[in-house]
Design a protein around this ligand. Structure first.
Ligand code: FES
Length: 575
Protein backbone atom coordinates (compact mmCIF):
# COMPACT_ATOMS: atom_id res chain seq x y z
CA UNK A 1 0.00 0.00 0.00
CA UNK A 2 1.60 3.30 -1.06
CA UNK A 3 -0.25 6.57 -0.58
CA UNK A 4 -0.96 8.77 -3.57
CA UNK A 5 0.17 12.32 -2.91
CA UNK A 6 -0.79 14.22 -6.04
CA UNK A 7 -3.70 14.33 -8.50
CA UNK A 8 -1.30 13.40 -11.30
CA UNK A 9 -0.82 9.98 -9.69
CA UNK A 10 -4.49 9.11 -10.06
CA UNK A 11 -5.29 6.48 -12.64
CA UNK A 12 -8.09 8.64 -14.07
CA UNK A 13 -5.60 11.44 -14.70
CA UNK A 14 -4.24 9.39 -17.61
CA UNK A 15 -7.58 10.02 -19.34
CA UNK A 16 -8.44 13.52 -18.15
CA UNK A 17 -5.07 15.16 -17.48
CA UNK A 18 -2.94 15.19 -20.66
CA UNK A 19 -2.95 18.18 -22.98
CA UNK A 20 -3.39 15.95 -26.01
CA UNK A 21 -6.06 15.30 -28.57
CA UNK A 22 -7.32 12.30 -26.56
CA UNK A 23 -7.28 14.33 -23.32
CA UNK A 24 -9.38 16.94 -25.12
CA UNK A 25 -11.79 14.24 -26.23
CA UNK A 26 -12.16 12.73 -22.72
CA UNK A 27 -12.67 16.11 -21.05
CA UNK A 28 -15.04 17.48 -23.66
CA UNK A 29 -17.33 14.44 -23.38
CA UNK A 30 -17.45 14.74 -19.58
CA UNK A 31 -18.28 18.44 -20.04
CA UNK A 32 -21.12 17.24 -22.26
CA UNK A 33 -22.77 16.08 -19.01
CA UNK A 34 -22.57 19.65 -17.73
CA UNK A 35 -19.52 19.28 -15.49
CA UNK A 36 -16.56 21.65 -15.26
CA UNK A 37 -13.03 20.34 -15.71
CA UNK A 38 -12.19 20.90 -12.05
CA UNK A 39 -15.12 18.63 -11.07
CA UNK A 40 -13.49 15.50 -12.48
CA UNK A 41 -9.84 16.15 -13.27
CA UNK A 42 -7.36 15.39 -10.54
CA UNK A 43 -10.05 13.98 -8.24
CA UNK A 44 -10.61 10.32 -7.40
CA UNK A 45 -13.16 9.10 -9.93
CA UNK A 46 -15.36 6.56 -8.17
CA UNK A 47 -17.26 3.92 -10.11
CA UNK A 48 -20.52 3.04 -8.42
CA UNK A 49 -21.08 -0.39 -9.92
CA UNK A 50 -24.82 -0.79 -9.55
CA UNK A 51 -26.76 -4.01 -10.10
CA UNK A 52 -30.12 -2.23 -9.82
CA UNK A 53 -32.73 -3.53 -12.24
CA UNK A 54 -36.51 -3.52 -12.52
CA UNK A 55 -36.46 -7.31 -12.70
CA UNK A 56 -34.47 -7.65 -9.47
CA UNK A 57 -36.70 -6.88 -6.44
CA UNK A 58 -33.85 -7.53 -4.01
CA UNK A 59 -32.13 -4.45 -5.45
CA UNK A 60 -35.22 -2.25 -5.89
CA UNK A 61 -33.75 0.46 -3.65
CA UNK A 62 -30.22 0.52 -5.09
CA UNK A 63 -30.97 3.26 -7.60
CA UNK A 64 -31.88 5.56 -4.74
CA UNK A 65 -28.98 4.34 -2.60
CA UNK A 66 -26.55 5.18 -5.40
CA UNK A 67 -27.55 8.83 -4.90
CA UNK A 68 -26.45 8.58 -1.26
CA UNK A 69 -23.13 7.07 -2.32
CA UNK A 70 -22.67 9.97 -4.72
CA UNK A 71 -23.33 12.51 -1.94
CA UNK A 72 -20.59 10.86 0.12
CA UNK A 73 -18.16 10.87 -2.80
CA UNK A 74 -18.81 14.57 -3.52
CA UNK A 75 -18.43 15.43 0.18
CA UNK A 76 -15.04 13.74 0.31
CA UNK A 77 -13.77 15.49 -2.82
CA UNK A 78 -14.24 12.71 -5.35
CA UNK A 79 -16.16 12.43 -8.60
CA UNK A 80 -18.84 9.69 -8.73
CA UNK A 81 -19.92 7.87 -11.88
CA UNK A 82 -22.71 5.32 -11.66
CA UNK A 83 -22.14 2.35 -13.95
CA UNK A 84 -24.79 -0.33 -14.42
CA UNK A 85 -23.71 -3.95 -14.17
CA UNK A 86 -25.36 -7.21 -15.06
CA UNK A 87 -28.11 -7.72 -12.48
CA UNK A 88 -28.30 -11.38 -11.55
CA UNK A 89 -31.71 -11.99 -10.07
CA UNK A 90 -32.10 -15.23 -8.21
CA UNK A 91 -35.83 -15.58 -8.67
CA UNK A 92 -36.18 -15.14 -12.38
CA UNK A 93 -32.96 -16.11 -14.10
CA UNK A 94 -33.10 -19.54 -15.76
CA UNK A 95 -31.84 -22.19 -15.96
CA UNK A 96 -29.66 -21.03 -13.07
CA UNK A 97 -28.35 -17.63 -11.97
CA UNK A 98 -25.11 -19.37 -11.03
CA UNK A 99 -24.38 -19.64 -14.76
CA UNK A 100 -23.97 -15.89 -14.82
CA UNK A 101 -21.87 -15.18 -11.72
CA UNK A 102 -18.72 -15.34 -13.81
CA UNK A 103 -20.27 -13.05 -16.42
CA UNK A 104 -20.91 -10.39 -13.75
CA UNK A 105 -17.34 -10.87 -12.53
CA UNK A 106 -16.06 -10.25 -16.06
CA UNK A 107 -18.42 -7.30 -16.49
CA UNK A 108 -17.11 -5.76 -13.26
CA UNK A 109 -13.43 -6.39 -13.95
CA UNK A 110 -13.53 -5.13 -17.52
CA UNK A 111 -15.65 -2.05 -16.71
CA UNK A 112 -13.14 -1.06 -14.04
CA UNK A 113 -10.19 -1.76 -16.32
CA UNK A 114 -11.42 -0.03 -19.43
CA UNK A 115 -12.85 3.14 -17.85
CA UNK A 116 -11.17 6.15 -16.21
CA UNK A 117 -11.85 5.20 -12.58
CA UNK A 118 -9.71 5.12 -9.46
CA UNK A 119 -11.89 3.17 -7.06
CA UNK A 120 -15.27 1.43 -6.83
CA UNK A 121 -18.30 1.01 -4.64
CA UNK A 122 -19.88 -2.33 -5.50
CA UNK A 123 -23.64 -2.47 -5.01
CA UNK A 124 -25.17 -5.92 -4.83
CA UNK A 125 -26.84 -8.40 -2.54
CA UNK A 126 -28.99 -10.95 -4.36
CA UNK A 127 -27.10 -14.24 -4.12
CA UNK A 128 -24.61 -14.33 -6.98
CA UNK A 129 -24.10 -10.58 -7.20
CA UNK A 130 -21.90 -10.47 -4.10
CA UNK A 131 -19.33 -13.01 -5.27
CA UNK A 132 -19.58 -11.82 -8.88
CA UNK A 133 -18.82 -8.19 -7.98
CA UNK A 134 -16.07 -9.14 -5.54
CA UNK A 135 -14.39 -11.58 -7.96
CA UNK A 136 -14.19 -8.87 -10.61
CA UNK A 137 -12.96 -6.25 -8.13
CA UNK A 138 -10.29 -8.61 -6.76
CA UNK A 139 -8.97 -9.31 -10.23
CA UNK A 140 -8.82 -5.62 -11.17
CA UNK A 141 -7.49 -4.71 -7.71
CA UNK A 142 -8.50 -1.06 -7.54
CA UNK A 143 -9.61 0.25 -4.13
CA UNK A 144 -13.14 -1.10 -3.60
CA UNK A 145 -15.87 -1.26 -0.96
CA UNK A 146 -18.77 -3.66 -1.09
CA UNK A 147 -22.17 -2.11 -0.29
CA UNK A 148 -24.69 -4.86 0.58
CA UNK A 149 -28.32 -4.24 -0.38
CA UNK A 150 -29.41 -5.52 3.03
CA UNK A 151 -32.11 -8.02 3.94
CA UNK A 152 -35.81 -7.24 3.49
CA UNK A 153 -38.12 -6.94 6.48
CA UNK A 154 -39.59 -10.06 8.07
CA UNK A 155 -42.48 -11.58 6.15
CA UNK A 156 -45.83 -11.69 7.89
CA UNK A 157 -48.83 -14.00 7.73
CA UNK A 158 -51.60 -13.65 10.29
CA UNK A 159 -49.12 -12.24 12.78
CA UNK A 160 -46.54 -14.99 12.37
CA UNK A 161 -43.17 -14.15 10.77
CA UNK A 162 -42.44 -15.65 7.36
CA UNK A 163 -38.95 -16.36 6.08
CA UNK A 164 -37.95 -16.18 2.40
CA UNK A 165 -37.61 -19.57 0.80
CA UNK A 166 -37.60 -21.49 4.06
CA UNK A 167 -41.31 -20.95 4.72
CA UNK A 168 -42.14 -21.34 1.04
CA UNK A 169 -40.71 -24.89 1.07
CA UNK A 170 -42.32 -25.64 4.44
CA UNK A 171 -45.81 -24.44 3.56
CA UNK A 172 -45.67 -25.96 0.06
CA UNK A 173 -45.02 -29.36 1.61
CA UNK A 174 -48.01 -28.79 3.89
CA UNK A 175 -50.12 -27.69 0.92
CA UNK A 176 -49.14 -30.88 -0.93
CA UNK A 177 -50.13 -32.79 2.21
CA UNK A 178 -53.55 -31.04 2.10
CA UNK A 179 -52.99 -29.00 5.26
CA UNK A 180 -53.07 -25.50 3.64
CA UNK A 181 -55.98 -24.09 1.62
CA UNK A 182 -55.59 -22.11 -1.61
CA UNK A 183 -56.84 -18.96 0.18
CA UNK A 184 -54.21 -19.35 2.89
CA UNK A 185 -51.58 -19.99 0.22
CA UNK A 186 -52.43 -16.66 -1.47
CA UNK A 187 -52.24 -14.85 1.88
CA UNK A 188 -48.76 -16.27 2.37
CA UNK A 189 -47.82 -15.19 -1.16
CA UNK A 190 -48.89 -11.63 -0.33
CA UNK A 191 -46.97 -11.48 2.94
CA UNK A 192 -43.66 -13.24 2.39
CA UNK A 193 -41.83 -10.43 0.54
CA UNK A 194 -43.02 -7.01 1.68
CA UNK A 195 -40.08 -4.60 1.30
CA UNK A 196 -37.00 -4.06 -0.87
CA UNK A 197 -33.96 -6.09 0.08
CA UNK A 198 -32.70 -9.60 -0.29
CA UNK A 199 -34.01 -12.82 1.29
CA UNK A 200 -34.10 -12.31 5.05
CA UNK A 201 -33.35 -15.87 6.07
CA UNK A 202 -29.71 -16.96 6.33
CA UNK A 203 -29.77 -17.80 2.64
CA UNK A 204 -26.96 -17.23 0.22
CA UNK A 205 -27.56 -13.48 0.04
CA UNK A 206 -27.40 -12.94 3.82
CA UNK A 207 -24.50 -15.37 4.04
CA UNK A 208 -22.40 -13.81 1.29
CA UNK A 209 -23.04 -10.28 2.53
CA UNK A 210 -21.95 -11.35 6.02
CA UNK A 211 -18.87 -13.00 4.53
CA UNK A 212 -18.04 -9.87 2.54
CA UNK A 213 -18.00 -8.08 5.90
CA UNK A 214 -15.98 -10.85 7.57
CA UNK A 215 -13.50 -10.61 4.69
CA UNK A 216 -13.11 -6.93 5.52
CA UNK A 217 -14.66 -5.68 2.27
CA UNK A 218 -17.62 -3.77 3.78
CA UNK A 219 -17.80 -1.03 6.37
CA UNK A 220 -18.27 -2.52 9.86
CA UNK A 221 -21.85 -3.60 10.51
CA UNK A 222 -22.99 -2.92 6.94
CA UNK A 223 -24.15 -6.43 6.10
CA UNK A 224 -26.78 -6.68 8.84
CA UNK A 225 -28.70 -3.45 8.16
CA UNK A 226 -32.20 -4.14 6.78
CA UNK A 227 -32.69 -2.54 3.37
CA UNK A 228 -35.49 -0.13 4.43
CA UNK A 229 -33.76 1.03 7.65
CA UNK A 230 -32.49 4.63 7.68
CA UNK A 231 -29.10 3.29 8.68
CA UNK A 232 -28.84 1.88 5.18
CA UNK A 233 -28.68 5.19 3.27
CA UNK A 234 -26.37 6.51 6.00
CA UNK A 235 -24.07 3.54 5.44
CA UNK A 236 -24.30 4.15 1.68
CA UNK A 237 -23.13 7.73 2.13
CA UNK A 238 -20.31 6.51 4.39
CA UNK A 239 -19.21 4.14 1.60
CA UNK A 240 -18.99 7.13 -0.75
CA UNK A 241 -16.89 9.13 1.71
CA UNK A 242 -14.60 6.27 2.60
CA UNK A 243 -13.82 5.07 -0.93
CA UNK A 244 -12.34 8.47 -1.78
CA UNK A 245 -9.98 8.17 1.20
CA UNK A 246 -9.14 4.62 0.14
CA UNK A 247 -8.06 5.86 -3.28
CA UNK A 248 -5.60 8.32 -1.72
CA UNK A 249 -4.42 5.59 0.69
CA UNK A 250 -4.24 3.12 -2.21
CA UNK A 251 -5.93 0.49 -0.02
CA UNK A 252 -6.76 -2.29 -2.46
CA UNK A 253 -8.51 -5.70 -2.19
CA UNK A 254 -5.08 -7.35 -2.28
CA UNK A 255 -4.19 -5.43 0.92
CA UNK A 256 -7.36 -6.65 2.65
CA UNK A 257 -7.78 -10.19 1.38
CA UNK A 258 -4.98 -12.30 2.78
CA UNK A 259 -5.47 -15.86 3.98
CA UNK A 260 -6.39 -14.46 7.42
CA UNK A 261 -9.39 -12.71 5.87
CA UNK A 262 -10.53 -15.92 4.19
CA UNK A 263 -10.15 -17.90 7.39
CA UNK A 264 -12.21 -15.26 9.19
CA UNK A 265 -14.90 -15.61 6.53
CA UNK A 266 -14.94 -19.40 6.86
CA UNK A 267 -15.22 -19.17 10.65
CA UNK A 268 -18.07 -16.68 10.38
CA UNK A 269 -19.77 -18.85 7.77
CA UNK A 270 -19.78 -21.72 10.25
CA UNK A 271 -21.01 -19.55 13.12
CA UNK A 272 -23.94 -18.15 11.16
CA UNK A 273 -24.97 -21.55 9.76
CA UNK A 274 -24.32 -20.08 6.34
CA UNK A 275 -25.43 -21.26 2.94
CA UNK A 276 -23.56 -24.18 1.38
CA UNK A 277 -23.10 -21.96 -1.68
CA UNK A 278 -20.53 -20.02 0.35
CA UNK A 279 -18.01 -22.81 -0.08
CA UNK A 280 -18.05 -22.52 -3.85
CA UNK A 281 -17.90 -18.73 -3.80
CA UNK A 282 -15.13 -18.44 -1.20
CA UNK A 283 -12.98 -20.94 -3.11
CA UNK A 284 -13.51 -18.87 -6.28
CA UNK A 285 -12.74 -15.58 -4.50
CA UNK A 286 -9.56 -17.00 -2.97
CA UNK A 287 -8.41 -18.31 -6.34
CA UNK A 288 -8.85 -14.84 -7.81
CA UNK A 289 -6.40 -13.69 -5.10
CA UNK A 290 -4.04 -16.52 -5.95
CA UNK A 291 -4.66 -18.21 -2.60
CA UNK A 292 -5.18 -21.97 -2.47
CA UNK A 293 -8.30 -22.75 -0.43
CA UNK A 294 -9.06 -26.45 -0.19
CA UNK A 295 -12.43 -27.76 0.98
CA UNK A 296 -10.58 -29.54 3.78
CA UNK A 297 -9.76 -26.10 5.28
CA UNK A 298 -13.50 -25.51 5.76
CA UNK A 299 -13.74 -28.77 7.62
CA UNK A 300 -10.81 -27.98 9.90
CA UNK A 301 -12.28 -24.61 10.85
CA UNK A 302 -15.78 -26.05 11.17
CA UNK A 303 -14.60 -28.39 13.92
CA UNK A 304 -13.66 -25.52 16.24
CA UNK A 305 -16.45 -23.03 15.49
CA UNK A 306 -19.91 -23.33 17.09
CA UNK A 307 -23.12 -22.22 15.37
CA UNK A 308 -24.20 -19.03 17.16
CA UNK A 309 -26.82 -17.42 14.91
CA UNK A 310 -30.33 -18.75 15.56
CA UNK A 311 -31.56 -17.80 12.08
CA UNK A 312 -33.72 -19.83 9.72
CA UNK A 313 -33.26 -22.28 8.10
CA UNK A 314 -30.84 -23.53 10.80
CA UNK A 315 -32.70 -21.71 13.58
CA UNK A 316 -35.81 -19.73 14.44
CA UNK A 317 -35.30 -16.03 13.72
CA UNK A 318 -34.78 -13.76 10.72
CA UNK A 319 -32.18 -11.18 9.65
CA UNK A 320 -34.22 -8.26 11.00
CA UNK A 321 -34.04 -9.92 14.43
CA UNK A 322 -30.31 -10.47 13.91
CA UNK A 323 -29.81 -6.74 13.30
CA UNK A 324 -31.72 -5.78 16.46
CA UNK A 325 -29.76 -8.39 18.43
CA UNK A 326 -26.49 -6.66 17.56
CA UNK A 327 -25.79 -7.88 14.03
CA UNK A 328 -22.65 -9.43 12.65
CA UNK A 329 -20.26 -7.30 14.72
CA UNK A 330 -21.79 -8.66 17.92
CA UNK A 331 -21.61 -12.23 16.66
CA UNK A 332 -17.98 -11.76 15.62
CA UNK A 333 -17.11 -10.23 18.99
CA UNK A 334 -18.60 -13.28 20.71
CA UNK A 335 -16.21 -15.49 18.71
CA UNK A 336 -13.25 -13.10 18.69
CA UNK A 337 -10.84 -15.78 19.95
CA UNK A 338 -11.61 -17.75 16.75
CA UNK A 339 -10.77 -14.87 14.40
CA UNK A 340 -7.66 -13.19 13.08
CA UNK A 341 -8.26 -9.86 14.81
CA UNK A 342 -5.34 -8.12 13.14
CA UNK A 343 -6.73 -8.54 9.60
CA UNK A 344 -7.15 -5.10 8.03
CA UNK A 345 -10.48 -3.99 6.57
CA UNK A 346 -11.65 -1.36 4.09
CA UNK A 347 -12.14 1.28 6.78
CA UNK A 348 -8.39 1.07 7.46
CA UNK A 349 -8.88 -0.46 10.88
CA UNK A 350 -8.53 -4.07 11.95
CA UNK A 351 -11.28 -6.60 12.49
CA UNK A 352 -10.51 -6.51 16.21
CA UNK A 353 -10.93 -2.73 16.38
CA UNK A 354 -14.15 -2.84 14.36
CA UNK A 355 -15.91 -5.36 16.58
CA UNK A 356 -14.53 -4.39 20.00
CA UNK A 357 -17.53 -2.33 21.13
CA UNK A 358 -20.27 -4.59 19.73
CA UNK A 359 -22.65 -6.20 22.22
CA UNK A 360 -25.29 -8.91 21.98
CA UNK A 361 -28.71 -7.43 22.82
CA UNK A 362 -30.69 -10.64 22.46
CA UNK A 363 -28.89 -13.90 23.32
CA UNK A 364 -31.83 -15.89 21.94
CA UNK A 365 -30.96 -14.70 18.44
CA UNK A 366 -27.17 -14.48 18.75
CA UNK A 367 -26.20 -17.21 21.14
CA UNK A 368 -23.54 -16.92 23.79
CA UNK A 369 -20.65 -19.34 23.51
CA UNK A 370 -21.94 -21.39 26.44
CA UNK A 371 -25.27 -22.10 24.71
CA UNK A 372 -24.63 -22.50 20.95
CA UNK A 373 -27.08 -23.98 18.46
CA UNK A 374 -24.45 -26.62 17.72
CA UNK A 375 -20.97 -27.19 19.10
CA UNK A 376 -19.45 -27.42 15.62
CA UNK A 377 -19.93 -25.47 12.40
CA UNK A 378 -23.01 -25.81 10.28
CA UNK A 379 -21.41 -27.22 7.11
CA UNK A 380 -19.55 -30.51 6.75
CA UNK A 381 -17.44 -31.65 3.80
CA UNK A 382 -17.83 -35.30 2.83
CA UNK A 383 -15.44 -37.53 0.95
CA UNK A 384 -15.72 -41.14 -0.16
CA UNK A 385 -16.22 -43.39 -3.14
CA UNK A 386 -19.26 -41.38 -4.24
CA UNK A 387 -17.49 -38.02 -3.92
CA UNK A 388 -13.73 -38.38 -4.45
CA UNK A 389 -13.26 -34.59 -4.71
CA UNK A 390 -15.80 -33.75 -2.04
CA UNK A 391 -19.44 -32.99 -1.36
CA UNK A 392 -21.08 -30.81 1.28
CA UNK A 393 -23.98 -31.08 3.68
CA UNK A 394 -25.48 -28.36 5.83
CA UNK A 395 -25.74 -30.32 9.04
CA UNK A 396 -27.24 -27.39 10.93
CA UNK A 397 -30.33 -27.63 8.71
CA UNK A 398 -30.44 -31.45 8.47
CA UNK A 399 -32.07 -34.16 10.62
CA UNK A 400 -29.83 -35.55 13.32
CA UNK A 401 -31.35 -39.02 12.92
CA UNK A 402 -30.23 -39.13 9.27
CA UNK A 403 -26.64 -38.04 9.90
CA UNK A 404 -25.71 -41.73 9.83
CA UNK A 405 -27.86 -43.49 7.29
CA UNK A 406 -27.55 -46.32 4.80
CA UNK A 407 -30.33 -46.92 2.29
CA UNK A 408 -31.16 -48.01 -1.25
CA UNK A 409 -30.84 -45.47 -4.05
CA UNK A 410 -33.80 -44.19 -6.02
CA UNK A 411 -32.12 -42.62 -9.04
CA UNK A 412 -33.38 -39.79 -11.24
CA UNK A 413 -31.24 -39.27 -14.32
CA UNK A 414 -31.98 -35.52 -14.52
CA UNK A 415 -34.41 -32.88 -13.24
CA UNK A 416 -37.11 -33.64 -15.81
CA UNK A 417 -37.01 -37.31 -14.92
CA UNK A 418 -37.35 -36.43 -11.25
CA UNK A 419 -40.16 -33.98 -11.93
CA UNK A 420 -42.06 -36.59 -13.96
CA UNK A 421 -41.76 -39.46 -11.49
CA UNK A 422 -41.13 -38.34 -7.93
CA UNK A 423 -44.78 -37.96 -6.94
CA UNK A 424 -46.09 -41.03 -8.76
CA UNK A 425 -47.82 -43.66 -6.67
CA UNK A 426 -45.80 -46.42 -8.33
CA UNK A 427 -42.41 -44.92 -7.38
CA UNK A 428 -40.48 -47.65 -5.58
CA UNK A 429 -39.54 -45.59 -2.54
CA UNK A 430 -39.63 -45.98 1.25
CA UNK A 431 -38.71 -43.57 4.06
CA UNK A 432 -35.29 -45.26 4.15
CA UNK A 433 -34.55 -44.68 0.46
CA UNK A 434 -31.82 -42.31 -0.65
CA UNK A 435 -33.00 -40.00 -3.43
CA UNK A 436 -30.30 -39.42 -6.06
CA UNK A 437 -30.44 -36.71 -8.72
CA UNK A 438 -27.89 -36.91 -11.55
CA UNK A 439 -26.84 -34.35 -14.16
CA UNK A 440 -27.48 -31.23 -12.11
CA UNK A 441 -23.88 -30.04 -11.69
CA UNK A 442 -21.86 -27.18 -13.24
CA UNK A 443 -22.13 -28.69 -16.74
CA UNK A 444 -25.04 -31.06 -16.26
CA UNK A 445 -27.55 -28.48 -14.97
CA UNK A 446 -26.00 -26.46 -16.45
CA UNK A 447 -24.90 -24.00 -13.78
CA UNK A 448 -25.60 -26.21 -10.75
CA UNK A 449 -29.23 -25.15 -10.30
CA UNK A 450 -30.61 -25.14 -6.77
CA UNK A 451 -32.37 -28.46 -7.18
CA UNK A 452 -30.56 -30.19 -4.32
CA UNK A 453 -33.51 -30.12 -1.92
CA UNK A 454 -35.43 -32.79 -3.84
CA UNK A 455 -39.09 -32.86 -2.83
CA UNK A 456 -40.29 -35.59 -0.51
CA UNK A 457 -42.39 -38.05 -2.60
CA UNK A 458 -46.08 -37.34 -2.02
CA UNK A 459 -46.82 -40.98 -1.24
CA UNK A 460 -44.60 -40.65 1.88
CA UNK A 461 -46.16 -37.44 3.21
CA UNK A 462 -49.19 -39.14 4.85
CA UNK A 463 -46.69 -41.32 6.74
CA UNK A 464 -45.36 -38.14 8.34
CA UNK A 465 -42.08 -38.23 6.37
CA UNK A 466 -40.67 -34.70 6.08
CA UNK A 467 -36.98 -35.43 5.51
CA UNK A 468 -34.92 -38.03 3.66
CA UNK A 469 -31.31 -38.34 2.54
CA UNK A 470 -31.04 -36.67 -0.84
CA UNK A 471 -27.85 -36.59 -2.94
CA UNK A 472 -26.98 -34.59 -6.03
CA UNK A 473 -24.28 -32.59 -7.78
CA UNK A 474 -26.65 -29.60 -7.68
CA UNK A 475 -26.59 -26.72 -5.21
CA UNK A 476 -29.34 -25.90 -2.74
CA UNK A 477 -30.78 -22.53 -1.90
CA UNK A 478 -29.34 -21.21 1.34
CA UNK A 479 -32.93 -20.89 2.51
CA UNK A 480 -33.50 -24.62 2.06
CA UNK A 481 -33.16 -27.33 4.65
CA UNK A 482 -33.13 -31.09 5.02
CA UNK A 483 -30.58 -33.87 4.82
CA UNK A 484 -29.34 -32.90 1.38
CA UNK A 485 -25.86 -33.84 0.19
CA UNK A 486 -24.81 -31.32 -2.44
CA UNK A 487 -21.99 -30.35 -4.83
CA UNK A 488 -20.91 -33.97 -5.35
CA UNK A 489 -17.64 -33.66 -7.24
CA UNK A 490 -16.69 -34.58 -9.88
CA UNK A 491 -20.20 -34.19 -11.25
CA UNK A 492 -22.15 -36.97 -12.96
CA UNK A 493 -22.24 -35.19 -16.36
CA UNK A 494 -18.49 -35.69 -16.75
CA UNK A 495 -18.58 -39.26 -15.47
CA UNK A 496 -18.10 -38.80 -11.73
CA UNK A 497 -19.16 -41.78 -9.58
CA UNK A 498 -22.61 -40.20 -9.11
CA UNK A 499 -23.24 -41.03 -12.80
CA UNK A 500 -22.73 -44.72 -12.03
CA UNK A 501 -25.35 -45.10 -9.29
CA UNK A 502 -28.23 -47.42 -10.14
CA UNK A 503 -31.59 -48.02 -8.48
CA UNK A 504 -31.25 -50.20 -5.41
CA UNK A 505 -27.52 -49.57 -4.85
CA UNK A 506 -26.84 -49.08 -1.15
CA UNK A 507 -25.47 -45.66 -0.27
CA UNK A 508 -23.91 -44.81 3.07
CA UNK A 509 -23.88 -41.30 4.52
CA UNK A 510 -21.92 -40.70 7.71
CA UNK A 511 -21.86 -36.95 8.29
CA UNK A 512 -20.17 -37.41 11.67
CA UNK A 513 -17.33 -39.29 10.01
CA UNK A 514 -17.44 -37.04 6.92
CA UNK A 515 -18.04 -39.99 4.55
CA UNK A 516 -20.23 -40.58 1.51
CA UNK A 517 -19.89 -44.01 -0.08
CA UNK A 518 -21.47 -46.04 -2.83
CA UNK A 519 -21.45 -49.59 -1.48
CA UNK A 520 -20.60 -51.52 -4.62
CA UNK A 521 -17.42 -53.43 -5.37
CA UNK A 522 -14.46 -51.90 -7.15
CA UNK A 523 -14.95 -54.34 -10.02
CA UNK A 524 -18.58 -53.34 -10.43
CA UNK A 525 -17.65 -49.65 -10.33
CA UNK A 526 -15.00 -50.25 -13.04
CA UNK A 527 -17.50 -52.19 -15.18
CA UNK A 528 -20.04 -49.37 -15.00
CA UNK A 529 -17.39 -46.76 -15.70
CA UNK A 530 -16.29 -48.59 -18.84
CA UNK A 531 -19.91 -48.70 -20.04
CA UNK A 532 -20.60 -44.99 -19.30
CA UNK A 533 -21.02 -42.75 -22.33
CA UNK A 534 -20.09 -39.08 -22.36
CA UNK A 535 -23.11 -36.87 -23.24
CA UNK A 536 -23.05 -34.83 -26.44
CA UNK A 537 -21.90 -31.22 -26.11
CA UNK A 538 -25.16 -29.23 -26.05
CA UNK A 539 -23.72 -25.76 -26.70
CA UNK A 540 -22.10 -24.77 -29.98
CA UNK A 541 -22.15 -20.98 -29.64
CA UNK A 542 -22.43 -18.00 -27.33
CA UNK A 543 -21.77 -17.62 -23.64
CA UNK A 544 -22.92 -21.17 -22.98
CA UNK A 545 -20.25 -22.56 -25.30
CA UNK A 546 -17.60 -20.62 -23.38
CA UNK A 547 -19.10 -21.76 -20.08
CA UNK A 548 -19.20 -25.42 -21.11
CA UNK A 549 -15.60 -25.30 -22.26
CA UNK A 550 -13.98 -23.43 -19.38
CA UNK A 551 -15.96 -23.76 -16.13
CA UNK A 552 -14.31 -25.68 -13.31
CA UNK A 553 -15.90 -28.18 -10.92
CA UNK A 554 -17.62 -27.33 -7.64
CA UNK A 555 -14.62 -28.03 -5.41
CA UNK A 556 -12.59 -25.65 -7.59
CA UNK A 557 -15.09 -22.77 -7.30
CA UNK A 558 -16.87 -23.03 -10.69
CA UNK A 559 -14.88 -20.07 -12.01
CA UNK A 560 -13.61 -20.04 -15.57
CA UNK A 561 -10.16 -21.57 -15.59
CA UNK A 562 -8.70 -18.54 -17.40
CA UNK A 563 -9.97 -16.10 -14.75
CA UNK A 564 -8.44 -17.45 -11.57
CA UNK A 565 -4.97 -16.46 -10.44
CA UNK A 566 -3.18 -13.14 -10.42
CA UNK A 567 -1.46 -13.05 -13.79
CA UNK A 568 -1.32 -9.32 -14.57
CA UNK A 569 -3.48 -7.92 -17.33
CA UNK A 570 -1.89 -4.77 -18.81
CA UNK A 571 -3.56 -1.43 -18.19
CA UNK A 572 -5.24 -0.17 -21.37
CA UNK A 573 -3.12 1.99 -23.64
CA UNK A 574 -4.58 5.46 -24.17
CA UNK A 575 -3.82 6.58 -27.69
FE1 FES B 1 -32.58 -12.24 -4.21
FE2 FES B 1 -33.21 -14.34 -2.51
S1 FES B 1 -34.12 -13.77 -4.44
S2 FES B 1 -31.67 -12.88 -2.36
Amino acid sequence: MSKKSSPEELRSFRWFGPDTMRGFSHRSRMKQFGFRQEDFTGKPVIAIINTWSEINPCHAHLRERAEFVKRGVWQAGGFPVEIPAFSITETYMKPSPMLYRNLLAMDTEESLRSLPVDGAVLMGGCDKTTPGLLMGAISMDLPAIYLPAGPMLRGNWNGQPLGSGTDLWKFWTERCAGNITREEWLEIENGIARSPGFCMTMGTASTMSALAEALGMTLPGASSIPAPDANHPRMSMDCGRRIVEMVWEDLKPSDVLGMAAFENAIAVDMAIGGSTNALIHLVALAKRRGLPLELSRFDEISKRVPVLADIRPSGRFLMEDFFYAGGLRALMNEMRDLLHLDAVTVNGRTVGENIASARIHNPEVIRRRESPIAAEGGTVVLYGSLAPCGAVIKTSAASEKLMRHTGPAVVFRDYNDMDARIHRDDLDVTPDSVLVLQNAGPLGGPGMPEWGMLPIPKKLLPLGVRDMVRISDARMSGTSYGTCVLHVSPESYIGGPLALVENGDMISLDAHDHRLDLLISGEEMARRRAAWKKPENRYARGYMALYAERVTQAHEGCDFDFLDGTTPVPEPEIH
